[in-house]
Design a protein around this ligand. Sequence first.
Ligand code: GRF
Length: 193
Amino acid sequence: MTPIAVFASGFGSNLQAILDAAAQGRLQAKIELVVSDRAKAYALVRAKEASIPAFVFNPRDYASKADYETMLAARLGELGVEYLVLAGYMRLIGPTLLERYPNRIINIHPSLLPLFPGKDGIGQALAAGVTETGVTVHYVDEGMDTGPIIAQKRVPVLPGEERSSLERRIHGVEHRLYPRVLQQIFSQEGTKC
Ligand code: GRF
């Protein structure tokens, strides 16, 4: 079992997909901690329902990103967390955590990166009028959705499609793809000497 922490700022449907996959044995990971920068995130309700400890912090209580990331790194270290899994975490990861977890921070983004990085990848794709978008799982670096790509899945945009429909289909793809890709990464880790 790979010990992981899931970072989520919002609704947490990807967190739920990870929790479900772990509970069903499709993902050999132990979710040690859910980290959130928003006390009202619904992801925290999901963590509570799954009896996973949560760590909530308000960045405004800290003088700098380095300060709160140092505090987070200490907590993650105590728990022996090996990978940080971002699932709708709305902050850039800074050098403190990047240095502590080299190639061990993973993110999911709702577009075919490098297209439409940053906020609202789905809205950006619709505004651009593309006929195809998708989902990307990638390693996190210091940029905004710029790290090395691990996996992508294409999603066609249907003619005249409403945002709610495209969103639903993209989220469905995310929920299947993310646990599967995480499992691939963790199982390769297990076979290294
Ligand atoms: C997902 O679309 C994910 O790709 C992006 O943020 C959204 C989070 O959704 N990074 P949820 O909170 O997991 O429902």
